[in-house]
Design a protein around this ligand. Structure first.
Ligand code: IPD
Ligand code: CA
Ligand code: CA
Length: 272
């Protein structure tokens, strides 16, 4: 698309360019980052980690964004939200999505940057740091991984669908209104995988490498970039009760490769 088109939309192109260089810079730093035991802390418990690098990456992204766009709101995982200074634009930052993977494996973690004007998506960027795979989408312009356009799969039959979920404990083991249906779904699909990163798992559905995604708890910084990529790739996402996925609140998530599959899974397995 012509850059002038972006300009008419109020600086989305400049913001995209800024985010694009910032996410690549963050990835390059994280790839060489080394962790010492003292740099890892528990937040709410032993399954909820934060490292020096989560904080440092988010600090640096916030600084880059707020210097260029001081009137934008910034919502990130590791620092209190910076309120909308009048532009109506909000950034959603997850400096490391998959911190446990970063700590234990040093792979399968992402930097995630989503940019919205109120409830309207502008663009999303998700960098699979170690694979150096950059997923991106500008609203209305399609979805990309590096230089290649991506699409969701066309698989439809439930027994051929691959389901990915970042939190096996919460999805299948903890009590929830949908638990019985989700356990039945796990038995009906081709298989269940867990990568441990909401953003990368949603991008896997966007790229056709998985067909369904379920999370019982996901925060705006986890999914607000990848959901734009998924939608632009032909996928569909909502809450598990079928309500629209909120932009500002924590939520359950059901994502699928198509609106048709999404609707069928909601009806057959989520009690709708
Ligand atoms: C977490 C990961 C994980 C998911 C959690 C998220 P973090 O994000 O995406 O896979 O199960 O719900 O909070 O803490 O690594 O940024
Ligand atoms: Ca996260
Ligand atoms: Ca994080």
């Amino acid at each position: 698309m012509e850059r002038s088109g972006y300009h008419r939309r109020g600086g989305a192109a400049e913001r995209f360019d800024l985010a694009h260089s910032a996410i690549l810079r963050a990835g390059a730093i994280l790839r060489t980052a080394r962790l010492e035991a003292g740099n890892i802390q528990e937040k709410t418990g032993h399954q909820d980690l934060v490292t020096y690098w989560d904080k440092e990456t988010e600090r640096s992204l916030r600084q880059t964004i707020s210097e260029a766009f001081p009137q934008d709101a910034i919502v990130g995982e590791e620092y209190p939200a910076a309120l909308d200074g009048g532009s109506g634009v909000s950034w959603y930052l997850d400096p490391i999505d998959g911190t446990t993977n970063f700590v234990s494996q040093h792979r399968n973690y992402a930097v995630s940057i989503g940019c919205w004007r109120g409830e309207a998506p502008l663009f999303g960027l998700v960098l699979d740091v170690e694979r150096q795979a950059l997923y991106s989408a500008v609203s209305g312009e399609g979805a990309w991984c590096g230089g290649k356009a991506i699409r969701t799969s066309s698989r439809d039959t439930t027994s051929r669908l691959l389901l990915t979920t970042p939190g096996v404990l919460h999805t299948f083991l903890r009590p929830s209104p949908q638990r019985d249906g989700l356990i039945r779904l796990a038995g009906d699909v081709r298989g269940v995988r867990s990568l441990g990163s909401v953003a990368l798992e949603l991008c896997a559905v966007a790229a056709g490498e998985a067909d369904l995604f379920i999370a019982l708890r996901s925060s705006p910084w986890d999914h607000n970039a990848a959901r734009i990529i998924l939608a632009e790739a032909g996928g569909m996402a909502s809450r598990l009760d079928g309500a629209p996925l909120p932009v500002m609140e924590r939520s359950t998530v059901l994502a699928a490769n198509s609106a048709q599959v999404h609707k069928r899974i909601l009806m057959d397995y989520c009690g709708l």
